[in-house]
Structure formats: C-alpha cells, structure tokens
Design a protein around this ligand. Structure first.
Ligand SMILES: [Zn+2]
Length: 1113
C-alpha cells in the first residue's frame, strides 16, 4: 500500500490509508492481509537527524515497518490542502495571553488559572534523592532459621508456618493438607495455623474444636456468587454451585488453631531486636533468636504442580538450600524448625500506610518528568501540568534504562497500564475538548503524533520539531504564534494541547468510517427466555428493571435525553424480534427460526427512541415474562444471537452494544453450537491450556465482524452448570465488552448484585468504534498489548466499545539507545465515537526519565503496576503453555529482577541476607499471590468456568483492581472505638491477624466477607445482627439488618463505601469463625499457605531468596 498516494487530508490515526472508509472490511476478512502489513507511518520512527525537506531514501532512519516516510508536507498534498483550508476554529481557546514563562512543559495550569510556580518536590518524591534509610529492606533469612532455643511447638498452639506434628516436621513436607476432607490427624488446619508458639499463651488464643464442621455434608450455599471462588467438593449436579467442603476429616478433638491474640504491630521493618546494619539493611544478628516464631518447613510447591497439593519430593527439602550457618549444628529433629518472624518481612499494610501518610495530603502535580505517582491505594488529587494523570497511565518504571542491554540485565518489564477513559473524581476536570475546525488536530506529518506539550517550536514559531520522530514540520498559518524569549509559544497556556498531559480533539469527517459522521449508537437487549431463565425468575426481574433503567441510558454533558436508541430480542432455539415503533398500539413479534442464516426481519421500528416508544416498550416488557411463562424449551443458541444484533446495527449504520442475558451451554443446532468438554483431569497436564482456549474458531470470526461494525457485546451469564465461559467470552473479550457471571442465579439471593451490575453497566459512558494507538519517542516502541480488544495489525488496538473501567496494558521494548537528556515519551491516542455520536480523539502524553545506572531504574519502579503486567502476562501464557511453565517463568523473572539489584545496586553484604529494593520490597508477596491464584493454582473447588472467568476479568483490570484482587483488604471493624468514623486500618491477610473477639471485613474487589470471631462480645453481636448470641447469627447471611445504632450504621456505611469503590457489586457473605464457610474465607488469607498448595508468604520469600542466591553464585 502506498501511503503517500493514499493519505487523505488528515490521515486518520496513522492507519493505513485511505482506509477509514473500509478499515473494517479490509481488516477483518480473515487472515490479516494488506492491512496487517506494518503500518506505513510507523509509530516507531527512528530519529531523523535534523530537518530534511525530503529525506533521501536510505538516509533517514525510516520506521522499521514502513517505506519512505511522508516526511515533508510537500509530499502530502492532501495535508497541504487541508492546512490551506484552515480557516475556522483555530482559536477556540480564547485570546492568547502573554504569559512569559520558562519553557517547562506543562508546568502551568491551562487557561486562566493563576500561575503556579514550579513545585519543588518533597524529598520523598525526588527520583534521584538519596534513598531513605530503609531503602534496602532486608530480612536476614539466615538468621530466621534459628530454632535451637525454641521449645517444640505445643500441639495445641496451632500449626505455625508448618505442620507441628513430628511426622511433618521430620519430613519437612506439607502433608496433603490441601484436599478438603483429607486432613490427616493433627492437620485439621488447611492453612497452617500461622500461630507462633509464643502467642499461644495469650489469653485469647484458645483452641477451638470444630463443632459445626463435624457434620457429614455442608448445606450448599445458594447465594454466594463468587467469581472464581465457588467452593465445594467435586461438582455433583451443579458444578458452579457453591457448596462447602466435606468436613469429615475434622474429627472432633482435632485441634484447630485458635485465633491468636491481638494482631502484633504491623511494622515490617524496624523490629525491635534487629540491628540496623551498615548497609542500611537490617536483620537479626546471627545466632539463636528466640523471638522467631514460625517454623520453616521447607519449600512448598513453588514453581510447580499447581492444583491439589502433593507431598513434595524430598529433594526440594534440602536444608542446605536454606542459608543457615547454624543449621548443621542443630539436632536433626530441629532442622526444619527455622523461624521467621512474619513481622520482620515486608508488610503490604505498612507500605500502603506509609505512602498514604507521605503522599496522600498533597496533590500530585504532573509537571515533572519521570515522577513516580503515589500508590493506587493512596487517595490523592492530580493536577495536570503536562503529563497524563496516573489515573490514565501508570508505568512499571518511570525511569527507563538507556540501553536494551541494561533492560535485559534487569529483567524489569517496561510496561504502561493505560485506562484511556478512566473516570475522575469530581474534584478533577475532565479533559478539555479542542476544536480545530475543518482542519482537524495538528499532527506530525511523519509519525502522525498529535500536537502535545513536548513538541518544540522553532524558527520563530513557523515550524515545530516532533518530539517523537524529530521530523520538522511547518506550522499552518492559522496555528502560528510567536515565541517568547525562552522559545515557548506565548499562547501555550491557552491551549490544552500545548500545556496539558490529557485533552481531546474533535475529529473531522476524515476520522469517520465511510467519511460520514457517525449516528448515535444503539443498545440491543437480547434476553434468553429458555426454561432456566424463566424458572429462576430472571426474565421477570430483568423486564421489570428495564422499564425504569431505560431512563438512565448514557447521555453526554448536559443533554436532556440520551441519544442512544434501543431494541429488543428474545431467544431460545429461535429468535424473536420486536417491533416497538411508537405508532403501534402493541408491540409486534417476528420469529426467525432459520438460525443458520441470520437476518434481521425488520428495520423500521426495531431500534427506537425510548421516550417516543415508551408505551409500546412498557407493554412489551410486561408481556415477555407472560409469553414464555410456560416454556419447556431448554435449548439455546448463542452465536446467531450475536450475529443478529450485529446485523441489526449494521442495517441501522451505527455502532452500539448488545446486552446478552444467557443461561446455558448453546447446544441447539446452529452456528457456534458447543459441546460440554469440561475435563478437570486435564489440570496439571500439557493439555490444561485447552481449558482456557475456545473450542471453536467460529466466535473469533464473529468477533471480527462485530469489531468492524463497532458492535460491543456485554454478556450476563446465569449458568447452573458448565457453560464454557472460555468460548462464550470470546466475543465480549474481543469487542471490549464485559462478562458477568451469576452461578445458580436465584432472584431472592442474587437480584441485588445482578441489578446493581446491570444498572452500572447500562449507565456507564462508553466510547464506540474505537481505535487506540500508542506512539513512543525514538528508542522504544510498543511491542505487546493485553486487554479486551482486537488487533488486526501490530499497532492498532481496536475496540468496538471501551468504557471507563477497561484497561489496556502495553509493553515496550528498546529498538535503539535512549538518551538521558531527552528522556522517553509516550502518547496514547484514542479515536472513538461518544455516546452522543460525536467523533473524538483523546490524547494522553507521558514523559519518562532514562537512566544509565540500574539503581535509578530500581528507585523508580512501581510494584503494583509490575504485578498488573506480570499477572496479565501469565494469564495469557496459560493459553499456550503448561501452567507449571508459566509459574516457573514468573518465579525466574522475579528472581532475576531481584538478583540484578542485589548484584549491581546493593551494598556488599553477606549472602545470607535477602536484600530487596525499596520500591520492590512487596514483589515477592504479591507475586506469590499471583502464583497461587485460581488461574495458576486452582483448588479442587474452582471450576473450569471460574478459572476462565477470572482470567478474563484480570485481563482488563487496572492497577488498583489487581492490587486488591491479589492481596485482599482485611479490615478490623471492632478494634477502634465505635465513634471513630475513619476507615479502619487494614491488617495483613493472614489468619494469624484475626482475633476471635473481633469482626473483620475482607474484600478483593469481587468478594466481600464479614468474619465474626467466636468470642465477640454479645453487645456487638446484638448491635450488628440483632440476635442475642454468636450461635444465632445465620452463617452465609448476605444482608445485615438495618438497626438503629452506631455500630450497625458504621459497618453498613463502610460496606456501601467499599462497594462504591469497585466496578462490580460485591455480595456480602457473613462467615462465622469455625463455621464451614470459613474455608471459603481462608482462601483469601493470602499470606498463609493455601489449601491448593500455594506457599505461605514466609515460605515463598525463603524460596525466592534461594533462587536469588543461585543466580548470584
Ligand atoms: Zn513525528
């Protein structure tokens, strides 16, 4: 494709041109054909040394992917003409001011806001500042293995970090404690009790005899829809149904570890008893340390054998692998009793609290290049002064190694997590919309980057040099402005695109499909009316809800009514379309039974304005539940439903969204028919990956067609058994849609959650028919993308729909040397159609530092973002590789990252010390959480659908969501005085931190538990539950009674607050201590050893230390 010939006046989005008209047709035909060819304009241009009017072939370092770049305006006649027509709208942003400031991109607020002096950063923000005294967090593991002075663990005191039985200790292995119902005697605790022996003397640390769990079988939980977390033994009739583990092994008399006393102080470091060491690290002095509480029984199943735990091969338990000089002097029996104080290892809680205290009070001002933002767990305001807010873009590191060799050495992935349409808090302004009229936004002629604060104006303002590719461009006359004595345009602060990190451009018709401005989008509601959907009450509930929900369709700005039109389809084995034209007295149904060749039987009257057709729509929604009330039809189709919705949008020439409400595996004879291929025996085999792969390619093909039409699919699943989420979610995933899953849906139990999700989903602002492109300055380029989207070439992320929750993670690699002085730039451009039908471009810019010293890289990393990337990388990896390989890869990479730091950045110290970079001290604990997550190490209770579902959800999560998903928040509710209205401080997610006299909330963004200790004061029980004793509390309760007292109000308020923070409704489950449901709850205590064999934090840290030592030796 010859780009020079085909470039339209303002080439849309740097895509192969002339393509907007046909970008979908040509792109989706099947094999990526011509459009799959490298992009002509090259996002990744090499530098052009100096200005070249016409770069001679071979001289300019053209983009690797392109032919000769259209470097000069003279070569782009269209563009030239466009500039010539520039006549209106070029001064949309008010008269130019005469602000004279040093050229410091974005250091000033846009518009007429008062000038703010460049803020000098507090010490903690200094990327190059001296490291804090705790810059190197160390835990001297060698010293942790000391146990000589510790008396044998009393059997009643819980299991500590390993089984207390002599059998277990002798072998050092974790006996088969992961299978429900198979706890050996003395192993009642699935999780190691995590109770250091010294705590056993605390008054509250009594042991509990599991009374409730002695029954033969647990009643199944009807309600709790725990994505990815259904519990229960082997599936019986309803694999997705949450039932409790058979507890028969918990024989009476088996000692459960009692809750320990009040949680110990949460300081990860600065433990009393540690001496600060010369290198800034600290750790216990060598020698017996009686305070170390937990035995270290050896390595668990770290990189291997996900799934039900198995006894470890003895070779993994070589005590010599554990650096402990004292070890060989110990009597054999004590060899495995290595002690590590959990308080001595880095604490997520402490890191989060420190960041809140240090950075939560001041706004984050984005004017300075390479600043690491506050953590996602810190509440802070953002002031855009030239770089995109961290709400839009977060990076794994804000200081990039200059060379690929350095990057390879460090193994720190370079990635950005981008949320282009992120919602902002009310205090922060939405991006300004810039209208350049017919000429459209100003772009670099060569790399097509959009005008931004980093473009350098030269020659008195008549030209500008592109900050991405160095090309020198003419400034169109209408855009001309004089420069001040510093070389900055005098109107810089009146133009968002010259002073802000994020802004929007109104797109011209050149950015529209078929060179036509788009119509407003449409929503089509497609409702399964088969037997299961009717019987569960879903159809009636949904129809009732839609009657009012249709008044809340998304609208733009101050629009009085939504521009979105709506349509309705019901289906089982056949499809029913409804004519709801406003002129009709009653809706009309049209049945299409030829599902093999789907067509839309009506155009006029199918997609309507809600207000105009309200009477007819209401009548339809009243009639649907009645019409199918007596259905016996159990079979459904699925692909034809999507096909029909897509065809309807195509016929209406608009983008839009399908809301599918579906209950079962589509086994009816039709395209996309599926069979039940669930097979848990594949777990831990090389074929496990097939469980995550779609069983037919038909949905992929369908998805391509949908993307071409701008048809986004949101899928609400209500399965009673296996529905093959991996296959059904293909279209939602590739079209930027969402999937919601409500296993064993019952109206009475699940309506609040479903309706809450539905309301949010229907109301949220969506961009349609979107294309996202990430441009970078010379030296790095985007090489890999993760998220819910489709790509037909290597650079353009295509999204039929994109909402404010969806995130795209982009990985960068070097293709040249970077320069410390110029740094590195990212520009994310999203072209989309707003919900009112306006075509827009949203631009986010971010400047990063570059370094020649590895220490600078490690000082400016963000572990939460790193984990977001690593989780997505791993979760995609399971599609193609055995899960064990994926896990091992993660562990190896983490070890390499930390070993590189140790070798190159840490001051010399004994090999027995584990030294972690300050910014990455939580990498081991968080990585362990990823490794033991349901996708990578499923427990026996996790279904195939659950795993596929969780995999899908994580793929689009932002950094805040992955953070709390992998390391849940555990909030003590009754520790602080009731009058205290501030949110309680979280405690570490370990059973050891629970006290049986207290109540805790646990949330991970999807699940919400209220854990009630068995010794909670009667008054508290009364206040919260309205019953007189602990035994009267209903286990599994999902709604707290509304009681008129301070505690009740406070707890309910807190729950509401947590729900409001999350993008999906979290259903509450009340868990009583020692109740059967507690097993479910303990799954989320991620610092403990998991039932599925996942390592405890302490064990994993030791393992990681061993891996690092091996790399260094
Ligand atoms: Zn350029």
């Amino acid at each position: 494709m010859n780009v020079n010939q085909s470039a339209p006046p303002v080439p849309p989005f740097g895509q192969p041109q002339p393509v907007y008209p046909g970008y979908h047709q040509s792109s989706y035909g099947g094999q990526p054909g011509s459009t799959a060819a490298p992009t002509p304009y090259g996002a990744y241009n090499g530098p052009v040394p100096g200005y070249q009017q016409t770069p001679p072939p071979g001289m300019s370092r053209a983009p690797p992917s392109s032919g000769a770049p259209p470097a000069s305006t003279a070569q782009a006649p269209g563009g030239q003409a466009a500039y010539g027509q520039f006549g209106q709208g070029d001064v949309q942003n008010g008269p130019s001011s005469t602000v004279q400031m040093q050229r410091l991109p974005g250091s000033q607020p846009f518009g007429s806001a008062p000038l703010v002096p460049v803020v000098s950063q507090p010490a903690v923000l200094q990327p190059y500042g001296p490291p804090p005294t705790s810059a190197q967090v160390t835990a001297q593991l060698a010293g942790m293995h000391i146990s000589g002075a510790v008396a044998p663990v009393p059997p009643t005191s819980g299991l500590g970090y390993g089984p207390p039985t002599s059998l277990a200790s002798a072998s050092g292995s974790f006996p088969n404690s992961g299978l429900y119902g198979s706890y050996p005697q003395g192993q009642a605790q699935g999780h190691p009790g995590a109770q250091p022996p010294q705590r056993s003397v605390l008054p509250q640390a009594s042991s509990f005899t599991p009374s409730a769990s002695g029954g033969p079988r647990m009643p199944s939980m009807t309600g709790p829809l725990l994505p990815g977390q259904s519990f229960g033994g082997p599936p019986v009739s309803q694999p997705n149904h949450i039932s409790s583990p058979p507890p028969q092994a918990l024989t009476p008399g088996t000692q459960m570890s009692g809750p320990p006393g009040p949680p110990p102080p949460m300081h990860s470091s600065q433990q009393p008893g540690y001496q600060l060491q010369q290198n800034g690290s600290f750790g216990p002095a060598r020698g017996p340390q009686p305070n170390y509480g937990s035995p270290y029984p050896g390595t668990a199943t770290f990189g291997s054998q996900p799934g039900p735990p198995q006894p470890l091969p003895p070779k993994r338990l070589d005590p010599d692998a554990i650096p402990s000089p004292q070890l060989n002097e110990l009597p054999p029996q004590q060899k495995t009793r290595h002690r590590i104080d959990p308080d001595a290892i880095p604490s997520p809680i402490q890191v989060i609290e420190d960041d809140r205290n240090n950075r939560g009070s001041e706004p984050f001002i984005t004017g300075v290049r390479g600043q690491v933002p506050p953590l996602v767990t810190t509440n802070f305001l953002v002031k855009d002064q030239g770089n995109a807010s961290p709400r839009y873009i977060r990076c794994t590191s804000y200081n990039i190694p200059c060379t690929s060799d350095m990057a390879k050495q460090a193994q720190v992935p370079l990635a950005a997590v981008i949320k282009p349409l992120a919602r902002l808090p009310p205090e922060e302004a939405s991006p300004y919309v810039v209208d350049h009229g017919e000429s459209g936004p100003l772009r670099c002629n060569r790399c097509k980057a959009y005008m931004c604060p980093f473009m350098q104006f030269i020659e008195g303002g008549r030209r500008f040099q592109c900050c991405f590719c160095s090309c020198i461009n003419d400034v169109p006359p209408q855009y001309f402005q004089h420069l001040d004595h510093t070389g900055k345009r005098v109107d810089a602060y009146d133009r968002p695109e010259l002073s802000l990190g994020s802004y929007e451009f109104l797109a011209t018709v050149d950015y529209c499909k078929n060179n036509k401005f788009p119509s407003p989008p449409a929503f089509i509601f497609m409702i399964d009316v088969s037997y299961n959907a009717i019987r569960s009450g879903l159809v009636r509930l949904l129809c009732e809800e839609l009657k009012s929900l249709l008044d809340f369709l998304p609208r733009e700005g101050g629009a009085e009514e939504s521009a979105v039109r709506v349509g309705f389809v019901t289906y089982n084995k056949v499809l029913h379309f409804y004519n709801v034209k406003s002129s009709l007295a009653q809706p009309q149904m049209m049945v299409v039974s030829d599902v093999g060749d789907m067509f839309v039987p009506l155009l006029d009257g199918f997609l309507v304005n809600v207000n105009e057709s309200r009477t007819v729509i209401t009548s339809l929604l009243d009639q649907i539940p009645e019409m199918f009330a007596d259905t016996r039809e159990t079979e459904t189709v699925f692909a034809p439903v999507i096909q029909a919705g897509m065809e309807a949008l195509k016929a209406a020439e608009c983008a839009g969204k399908l809301f599918l409400f579906h209950t079962s595996l589509p086994i009816a004879e039709a395209p996309g028919k599926l069979k039940n291929r669930d097979d848990r025996k594949l777990i831990n085999t090389d074929k496990e990956k097939t469980l995550f792969q779609p069983q037919t390619g038909a949905y992929q093909t369908l998805a391509k067609e949908c993307v071409a039409q701008g048809c986004c699919v949101d899928l609400f699943l209500f399965p009673n058994q296996y529905v093959d989420v991996a296959t059904l979610s293909v279209v939602p995933q590739l079209t930027g849609g969402s999937v919601y899953k409500y296993a064993c849906f019952q109206v009475e139990n699940d309506q609040e959650r479903f309706l809450s999700d539905l309301r949010r989903d229907v109301q949220k602002v969506v961009g349609f028919d979107a294309v996202m492109r990430v441009r970078t300055s010379t030296g790095i380029r985007a090489v890999d993308f993760f998220g819910a989207f489709y790509m037909s070439n290597t650079t353009d992320v295509e999204l039929a729909g994109l909402d404010g929750d969806k995130t795209v993670t982009v990985e960068f690699k070097h293709d040249d040397r970077l320069n410390e002085e110029s740094g590195a730039l990212l520009q994310c451009a999203l072209l989309y159609t707003s919900c009112a039908g306006q075509r827009r471009l949203r631009i986010h810019n971010l400047a990063l530092n570059c370094c020649t010293q590895l220490a600078d890289l490690y000082r400016n990393c963000e572990t939460d973002t790193l984990i977001n990337y690593m989780a997505k990388f791993a979760y995609r990896g399971v599609l193609n590789s055995p899960v064990k390989t994926v896990r091992d890869t993660l562990i190896t990479q983490c070890a390499q990252i930390l070993a590189c730091y140790r070798k190159n950045c840490a001051s010399p110290s004994s090999a027995g010390q584990l030294i972690l970079p300050e910014c990455m001290k939580l990498l081991p604990v968080y990585l362990n959480c990823v490794l033991k997550s349901d996708v990578l190490q499923p427990g026996a209770e996790v279904t195939t659908d659950d795993r596929a579902y969780v995999r899908l959800l994580v793929t689009s999560m932002d950094v805040a969501e992955t953070n709390v998903f992998f390391y849940p928040r555990l909030l003590p509710l009754t520790k602080s005085p009731i009058e205290n209205t501030t949110e309680p401080s979280a405690v570490r997610a370990s059973e050891e931190r629970l006290s049986n006299g207290d109540i805790y909330l646990l949330e991970n963004g999807l699940n919400l538990f209220l854990w009630v200790g068995a010794s909670v004061q009667q008054g508290v029980v009364q206040s919260l539950f309205g019953v007189s004793s602990f035994s009267q509390i209903t286990s599994g309760l999902s709604v707290l009674p509304v009681l008129d007292n301070l505690l009740s109000k406070k707890v309910r308020g807190l729950i509401d607050g947590l729900r409001a923070q999350r993008s999906r409704y979290m259903k509450l489950i009340v868990v009583k201590q020692e109740d059967k449901l507690e097993m479910l709850f303990k799954h989320f205590l991620v610092e403990d050893k998991s039932l599925s064999g996942g390592a405890s934090y302490v064990d994993f840290l030791c393992h990681m230390h061993k891996e690092i030592r091996q790399l260094l030796s």
